[in-house]
Design a binder for this molecule. Structure first.
Ligand code: K2U
Ligand code: NI
Length: 191
């Protein structure tokens, strides 16, 4: 089982290199890792289990964060609807690619954090509001998906990890809370 001791932290070189494209189909070891990454996220979102195993809650994790420099990410984004029985977006994405995106950008009002960063870094992180992605699932099937808002932010955060980019690289160093023209804060848009 993956725990926080397996998560490498800011300063580890693996977080700053471009991860290797994976060969499809995945071998058994790679499939096991994929399942473990998703299981980590689900466990981390269960308050009792997160406390028991001392896990930081996560909605996404990239293989490089457990020191495996391969192009594989897992996301487990719960639904906003407390009555929902299914998560909003939960899967493993192999060799994910953003094939198109909106001009419109958005950001989380509270900024972003990272399982590999043990400090608060204030500032807006501009992300594409809508993305179209292509990826392979754990069984090697090619998938296409349109995402917007929070799920899109999560996937962009994780794909950044595959390219050696950390969320704070995207914060304006001179004015972290600047809201450039056209940058929407998620949740503040006109209903
Ligand atoms: O990649 C990671 O380190 C996991 C990140 C993913 C993430 C951070 C900010 C915005 C989008 C994705 C976080 O640890 S997940 C923690 C979290 C939980 C709920 C909402 C936002 C962030
Ligand atoms: Ni991160």
């Amino acid at each position: 089982m993956i725990t926080m001791k397996d998560v490498i932290r800011e300063g580890h070189p693996t977080l700053r290199i471009v991860a290797e494209k994976m060969t499809i189909p995945l071998n058994d070891e790679e499939k096991d890792l994929a399942k473990e990454l998703l299981k980590f996220l689900k466990t981390s979102q269960d308050p009792e289990l997160a406390e028991k195993y001392e896990l930081r809650p996560g909605v996404g994790i990239a293989a490089p964060q457990v020191n495996v420099s391969k192009r594989m990410i897992a996301v487990h984004v719960p639904s906003d609807d407390p009555e929902a029985t299914e998560p909003e977006f939960s899967t493993v994405l192999v060799n994910p690619k953003i094939i198109s995106h909106s001009v419109q950008q958005t950001c989380l009002p509270e900024g972003e954090g990272c399982l590999s960063v043990d400090r608060e870094i204030p500032g807006y992180v501009p992300r594409h509001k809508r993305i179209r992605i292509e990826y392979f699932d754990i069984e090697g099937n090619k998938q296409k998906k349109r995402l917007k808002d929070f799920p899109a932010i999560v996937v962009q955060h994780e794909i950044d990890h595959l390219n050696g980019v950390m969320f704070f690289d995207r914060i304006d160093p001179d004015n972290p809370l600047a809201l450039p023209e056209g940058l929407e804060v998620l949740g503040s848009e006109e209903q």
